[in-house]
Design a protein around this ligand. Structure first.
Ligand code: BG6
Ligand code: MG
Length: 217
């Protein structure tokens, strides 16, 4: 019997919300008077909402008061939630539903390990909330990725040691968090950015049952 379990990141792994985060941050940057490219957006992937704003403001070389920052965080999230509100199961990334069904049928447990405070809402929107044995999100942690806290809590909830956990991530911060936790890291995305991962797949289509079977052997 295999002892492995899976911990999935949400944004960019289960659903393609990374594009909505980007649109909302880009609009905010434009409003503040500067451009914000997709390449720069890589720095925001996987990191908390508050940290994302700090990075964005440093890119724009802008300093703001704490109340103004709070206002912008609220504004960004409200715009983001307008996109989320329209989401359906159509936005689950290719291969994911298949994979989760396979894990369920094989009695391999899986948890969510996401920086997003909107994670439960998004999982409900796309109809996956009930599938996860545990959900650890931005509301449960005090330290954001690349700190391993989110994955360590998830492993505890699954009753597993770090070495038994396989993390699927699309962000460099998340890969670093998984590696620091001593877990197997599987990256989804660009090899140039994610080369620290144990395995790198170009997109979720490559997360095949065959690949997963080899991983857990
Ligand atoms: C991560 C995303 O999953 O969640 C980040 O990759 C995002 O881009 C972070 O900033 C926090 O999300 P939210 O939904 O709480 O603003
Ligand atoms: Mg992600």
């Amino acid at each position: 019997m295999n002892d492995k379990v899976f911990i999935f990141d949400l944004d960019g792994v289960i659903v393609d919300t990374a594009k909505y985060h980007y649109l909302a941050w880009r609009n905010l940057a434009n409003e503040l008077g500067f451009e914000f490219t997709e390449e720069q957006n890589e720095q925001l992937k996987g990191v908390s909402r508050v940290r994302s704003l700090e990075i964005l403001l440093s890119i724009g070389k802008i300093e703001l008061s704490e109340p103004k920052k709070q206002e912008l965080l609220k504004e960004k999230n409200e715009e983001y939630l307008e996109y989320v509100d329209k989401m359906t199961s159509d936005e689950i990334l290719p291969g994911i539903t298949n994979l989760l069904n396979f894990l369920e049928e094989s009695n391999i447990k899986f948890a969510l390990g996401s920086a997003s405070k909107n994670a439960p809402l998004i999982l409900k929107k796309v109809g996956l909330f009930e599938k996860f044995t545990a959900i650890v999100d931005g509301n449960d942690v005090s330290k954001a990725k690349p700190d391993p806290e989110v994955f360590i809590i998830a492993a505890k909830k699954l009753n597993k040691k770090s070495q038994e956990c396989i993390v699927i991530e699309d962000a460099l911060a998340g890969i670093q968090a998984a590696n620091t936790a001593g877990m197997t890291s599987v990256a989804i995305g660009d090899e140039k950015i994610l080369h620290e991962a144990d395995f790198i797949l170009a997109d979720t289509n490559k997360l095949t049952i065959d690949f997963v079977k080899k991983l857990i052997e």
